[in-house]
Ligand binder design. Structure first.
Ligand SMILES: Cc1cc2nc3c(=O)[nH]c(=O)nc-3n(C[C@H](O)[C@H](O)[C@H](O)COP(=O)(O)OP(=O)(O)OC[C@H]3O[C@@H](n4cnc5c(N)ncnc54)[C@H](O)[C@@H]3O)c2cc1C
Length: 452
């Protein structure tokens, strides 16, 4: 008889994992604490839209779902940067239009994955929350949140895709030393919306990720198919000014926007209402020493490695986890061995993208508006053109290739040191010793296997 896998959480990772495992003929039951959003509508709780990059898309394509996802996605070909003086500038992400990221609607993507999971034979149970786990008896307590009734389910394996606040992780912690390290970010976020204009058209460029960098904080906007934009303000949680603490009322928030984001404020007629009714949420990085408990349980996605969202990679990383876990489970019949191999493969990569995501916050909120950073970026693009497939900007490695994050981190570090050294004290690239740079690159960087 086939093994019984209980997947906890039918978010993005859990629903996709259910698709792949059910297609392999496994018995899969998915328990999700929320109602079925296909009936009730998406309830939110996390960001409304997300950036899908090549590595996440590749996993969806391998699952035969890529085209359906792209059918309702919006391509973003670069950053549209909006300084305070109103002179916005477009910074392409890559060297061609093919190098883009995609804005996808979280609720719609989740619907599609849930439909595919059920079509593959997985059973998805809504309003069902994981409570306790008896690892010795291999039984999990599932609580129906409608009537608080609990029942115990037998399992062979528990697969934890229940997000940053994972109940499975908490249960595993009592049995194995996961050594959780949670580093809260001292900045939070709030989502707002730019609606279409009176004739239904977009109010700002549609094919870009918009950034209003303001040094210590920033506002971003991602396009939606309905010609709306989801706007996210990232701001320190505390402080006498320019913090969520200081913006307790919609009136205070309006004054702040008038001073710091006047051009966006004009595009948001429902500003006060959105400000007052949308939550302010927190962000954190979660690292664990172990992701699995022998053959009984394993964590993936945010449950294993929640990260700050500034590289737009949490979901992409979670999809890579799903593909890797499916592959390890298919190639190793010893379940404990498969989980260990999964963890060995994915943990260093998750830690690398967590670090890059933290670094990217500084780049987005500050550096993109800095002339020296822009000079480095110009040189970076020039070197990428001189050494295609070898000198690949870090952002491109992360967003447009499937290069393991850990390798992108390492190569990115080397490349950034070279850029900093070559541009030190310069205003432009006039008279640069290109031959010396070329020589360093050919000797220091091997060709990248998965170049864009
Ligand atoms: C503001 C913001 C912007 C982001 N932008 C991007 C982006 O642009 N690109 C990107 O790739 N990533 C982005 N991310 C990250 C991305 O949202 C996550 O990495 C991704 O959702 C992780 O998927 P998951 O399935 O692991 O977890 P989740 O999507 O959180 O799903 C967990 C599921 O488990 C359920 N659950 C929780 N507890 C239980 C329980 N006890 N029992 C049963 N079910 C339970 C939840 O209801 C939920 O459905 C962003 C995150 C934030 C906060």
């Amino acid at each position: 008889m086939s093994q019984r896998h209980l997947i906890i959480g039918a978010g993005l990772a859990g629903a996709l994992l259910a698709v792949l495992l059910a297609r392999r003929g496994h018995r899969v039951d998915v328990f999700e604490r929320r109602p079925d959003q296909r009936i009730k509508g998406y309830e939110g709780g996390r960001s409304i839209n997300l950036a899908l990059a090549r590595r996440g898309l590749a996993v969806l394509q391998e699952a035969g779902l890529g085209d359906a996802v792209l059918a309702s996605a919006v391509a973003m070909r670069g950053r549209q940067v909006h300084p305070l003086n109103g002179d916005s500038n477009f910074q392409p992400y890559g060297q061609s239009d093919a190098e883009c990221i995609w804005s996808v609607h979280r609720g719609r993507l989740n619907h599609l994955l849930l439909d595919a999971a059920e079509a593959a034979g997985a059973r998805v149970h809504f309003h069902q929350r994981l409570g306790l786990v008896d690892f010795n008896q291999r039984r999990a307590e599932i609580i129906d949140d409608r009537d608080r009734c609990a029942r115990w389910m037998d399992f062979d394996t528990l697969l934890g895709s229940d997000g940053a606040g994972s109940a499975l992780r908490n249960a595993m912690q009592g049995h194995g030393d996961l050594q959780p390290d949670i580093a809260p970010l001292d900045h939070g976020y709030k989502e707002l919306e730019i609606p279409p204009d009176a004739d239904g058209s977009v109010q700002i460029e549609r094919d870009a990720l918009h950034i209003w960098p303001r040094g210590g904080y920033m506002l971003i906007a991602l396009p939606n198919t309905e010609n709306t934009f989801t706007v996210t303000l990232f701001l320190p949680n505390q402080g006498p000014t320019e913090s969520f603490e200081a913006l307790q009322t919609a009136t205070a928030a309006r004054e702040f926007f008038e001073a710091r984001f006047p051009d966006v404020l004009r595009l948001m007629p429902d500003f006060e209402n959105d400000w007052a009714s949308h939550p302010t949420s927190s962000l954190a990085t979660l690292r664990l020493r172990r992701w699995h408990l022998d053959s009984r349980a394993v964590l993936l996605g945010d449950a294993a490695h929640a990260m700050v969202p500034f590289h737009g990679q949490g979901m992409n990383c979670a999809f890579e986890d799903v593909a890797a876990l499916d592959r390890c489970m298919a190639s190793d019949t010893d379940r404990g061995g498969a989980f260990a191999a999964f963890e060995v493969e994915r943990r260093p990569n998750a830690e690398a993208i967590q670090a890059m995501a933290l670094e990217n916050y500084v780049e987005m909120r500050d550096s993109v508006d800095d002339p020296h950073w822009r000079l480095q970026r110009t040189l970076e693009l020039a070197l990428a053109e001189r050494h295609p497939g070898r000198f690949v900007p870090r952002y491109s490695m992360v967003s447009f290739t499937r290069t393991p994050y850990a390798l992108a981190f390492e190569r990115g570090h080397w490349q950034r040191a070279l850029l900093a050294q070559a541009t030190k004290g310069r205003q432009d690239l006039e008279g640069l010793d290109w031959a010396a740079l070329d020589a360093r690159i050919t000797s220091g960087l091997a060709p990248l296997i998965d170049a864009p």
